[in-house]
Write a protein of this length. Sequence first.
Length: 123
Amino acid sequence: MAFTGITRRAGDAVIGVDLAGELSGPDVVTLQTMIFEAIIEGSPDELIVDLGGVVFLGADGHRALVSGYVVAVEYGTTYRVVSARDQVLGTLRANQTSEMLADSRDLGALLLALLSRPAAGPA
């Protein structure tokens, strides 16, 4: 099952991206593009990514959400991932990014996510 996404304006300063389906596999590059365009071209003060309709979050989908977080921070946009549940929430928690992605203004959550990452092995 592929994913669907709808980008919507919620006032002058907020853009919402409503997602449904499975965020996994190579097609997730479309999600990353959708998020990047919403931030870069839409210039919102806040981007809200709603995962309420998402039933599965794979590694590619997780990377797309984290990449969106990074771009939002670079552009000064508040980034929030909301409504994750079941397996999706479990994946975010397992990767220790649920709190970080919940609100990009929460620097404590970012630091915790960075400090909780496993140490990199020898290069």
